[in-house]
Design a protein. Structure first.
Length: 130
């Protein structure tokens, strides 16, 4: 075990690590994480189904606002006209959400459709549930 000398007091690195973990835990509860300068906040992956049955996979921190932006035309994606929200999933940090989005982008359309049907069998528009 490594030790550090601070003002004549021996402090083990285990103690420092434990204190750092407790500090990080407090920062996570506040919504911040000092470790690696990452900010932990809720992030949402969503899937829109267009009128031509194509899918758009997106990522946002405010799902209600994003859906309002689509409805008003402030944000446009290919085939967003007539699209409906068929799937969404919340993540506690942005990095996990980005990783999941990348995974979904690599999946074949049939697998994405299977995932949607597990959560939303009738493929109803979920915008009223957010």
């Amino acid at each position: 075990m490594r030790h550090s000398f601070f003002c004549g007091i021996v402090v083990s690195h285990r103690t420092k690590k434990k204190e750092r973990l407790q500090s990080n835990k407090k920062n996570i509860e506040k919504g911040k994480m000092d470790n690696e300068k990452r900010i932990y906040k809720l992030c949402c992956i969503y899937i829109l189904e267009g009128a031509d049955r194509s899918f758009y996979i997106g990522l946002t921190g405010n799902l209600k606002q994003r859906m309002a932006d689509y409805a008003t035309g402030q944000i446009r994606v290919d085939n967003s006209a007539g699209s409906k929200l068929v799937y969404y999933r919340w993540f506690s940090d942005t990095m996990s959400a980005v990783g999941y989005k990348l995974l979904l982008n690599e999946l074949p359309t049939e697998s994405v459709e299977y995932l949607i049907r597990r959560m939303n069998p009738d493929k109803t528009n979920l915008i009223t549930k957010i």
